[in-house]
Design a protein around this ligand. Structure first.
Ligand SMILES: Nc1nc2c(c(=O)[nH]1)N=C([C@H](O)[C@H](O)COP(=O)(O)OP(=O)(O)OP(=O)(O)O)CN2
Ligand code: ZN
Length: 147
């Protein structure tokens, strides 16, 4: 299967409230997101994206619009983590993203996949689809999810 992958990076804070060790503390990561797409290669002479599954610039613009800009420099908090939610709410205009599950890299990758699959699916009327999302929380720790 032919795929293409676009790498994006963003910074976000989180904590894992019930973690047995350090990750219960509020801290941040520079996340690396790999977006892997599959689809037909465009065969149209004269088109900007001739020879491409999708222009890397267009992949980036859509990922920014629907996910990356929303999470970048946000604190991603579990809805049931009330002590942290109350603290974040006490700061005017704080960029907070509330999610319905603990913000582990597994859960963030799943949320990212579910958002992005709708964004890319069938784009431009082509057989385009999201094949895989890989999310690195640290250079040593990551999650992968495919369709
Ligand atoms: N399965 C998971 N385990 C852990 C997660 C997670 O999301 N899924 N998250 C954390 C922490 O939030 C943190 O991101 C990982 O910290 P750490 O284990 O210290 O990772 P490092 O790469 O920084 O560790 P090194 O020892 O420096 O390699 C914990 N577990
Ligand atoms: Zn962490």
């Amino acid at each position: 299967m032919l795929t293409i992958t676009r790498k994006m990076e963003f910074d976000a804070g989180h904590r894992i409230p019930d973690h047995k060790s350090q990750c219960r503390n509020m801290h941040g990561h520079r996340y690396t997101l790999l977006i892997t797409l599959t689809g037909d290669v465009v065969q149209q002479e004269g088109e900007s994206d001739n020879g491409m599954i999708m222009d890397f610039g267009d992949i980036k613009a859509l990922a920014n619009q629907h996910l990356v800009k929303l999470w970048d420099h946000a604190f991603i908090v579990y809805a049931h983590d009330t002590v942290v939610r109350d603290f974040l709410d006490s700061m005017p205009n704080h960029k907070t993203v509330v999610i319905d599950r603990v913000p582990t890299v597994e859960n963030l990758a799943k949320i990212a996949f579910d958002i992005l699959k709708e964004v890319y699916h069938g784009r431009y009327g082509r057989h385009l689809s999201l094949a895989k999302v890989t999310l690195y929380e640290t250079p040593n720790c990551w999650a992968e999810i495919d369709g």
